[in-house]
Design a protein. Structure first.
Ligand code: NAP
Length: 277
């Protein structure tokens, strides 16, 4: 495993496990738990979940997955913006902890920015941290202007990460957000590195994958992880996908290969508003 460092020096894996679309009604719990256990066994010990996923169903499956090995896992969960009030975030976190069958979340994120003032949400995060219910807090889907507003607040500097959409087809963050996060020493957590699978059929990825004897998914993951300060959390419910994704850590793309991908997926030349999935 490769590691990144949070602002306080704690190391977290560069490749973790996503859980969106896991735990929805009708999804096969035992298969999902088996897949997540397989990922943990491979060293992908960061699990990303949220109260929103499957209406708590994903957190319940994660809780079953980490039972008996909580200390080996770096657990990330998220509060919905409408719950992110001073009292609401504390309550939402307590409910998440129950579903996760644990006493602490390692990184608790505001899922996206809503109408609740940031100061209120941060107050709740600080209360939760002081009570030992969360260890770090951060945000998700925050564009640069949101981050600047956050950093201007007294406790804003304690934000540990920003989780955003980033993959070869979604490069807007490279223009301004990623450099700003890097300057502050905040890891960027890239979600939907495969654009939920929609990227995999793209010609440039397929051709390069064929040349290198790997898969499009591995090219996309290696591309996302090519730069410092970026980690990612692909969701994979199949063991073979998890094995492939792990192997992408060893895949180094040459400057010629990166130039080929730049031609197919051009880097931003101006500000592009952050997209959400
Ligand atoms: P993703 O990781 O880009 O793609 C997941 C899809 O790719 C699944 O259908 C999966 O199939 C497939 N896949 C995984 N590895 C593969 C491989 N090696 N070869 C072929 N297909 C592969 O999409 P995502 O789930 O949207 O994003 C990842 C995680 O980020 C989420 O699960 C969630 O935890 C987080 N997220 C956060 C936000 C936010 O607002 N903060 C938004 C979206 C996502 P199988 O499942 O069949 O293996």
């Amino acid at each position: 495993m490769r590691y990144l460092t949070l602002p306080d020096g704690e190391r977290i894996p560069a490749l973790g496990l996503g859980t969106w679309m896991m735990g929805e009604q009708g999804s096969r719990g035992p298969d999902i738990i088996a897949a997540l256990c397989h990922g943990l066994g491979l060293g992908m010990s960061l699990i990303d979940t949220a109260e929103m996923y499957g209406n708590g169903g994903a957190e319940e499956l994660v809780g079953k997955t980490i039972a008996g090995r909580r200390d080996q896992v770096f657990l990330v969960s998220k509060v919905l913006p409408q719950n992110a009030t001073r009292k609401g975030a504390v309550l939402a976190c307590e409910k998440s902890l129950k579903r996760l069958h644990t006493d602490r979340i390692d990184l608790y994120l505001l899922h996206w920015r809503g109408n609740v003032p940031l100061t209120e949400t941060i107050e709740a995060f600080v209360t939760l941290r002081q009570a030992g219910k969360i260890r770090h807090w951060g945000v998700s889907n925050f564009d640069l202007a949101d981050m600047e507003e956050l950093w201007a607040l007294p406790e804003g500097k304690e934000c540990a990460s920003n989780q955003v959409l980033y993959n070869p087809g979604r490069r807007g963050v490279e223009f301004d957000l990623l450099p700003a996060l890097r300057k502050r020493g905040l890891p960027m957590m890239a979600y939907s590195p495969l654009e939920q699978g929609r990227l995999l059929g793209k010609k440039a990825l397929k051709e390069l994958a064929q040349q290198r004897g790997v898969t499009s998914a591995q090219i996309a993951i290696a591309w996302v992880l090519r730069q410092d300060g970026v980690m990612t959390i692909p969701k994979a419910a199949r063991a073979s996908h998890l094995d492939e994704n792990l192997a992408a850590l060893d895949l180094k793309l040459s400057s010629e290969e990166l130039a080929l991908l730049d031609a197919a997926f051009p880097p931003p030349r101006k500000k592009i508003a952050l997209a959400l999935l």
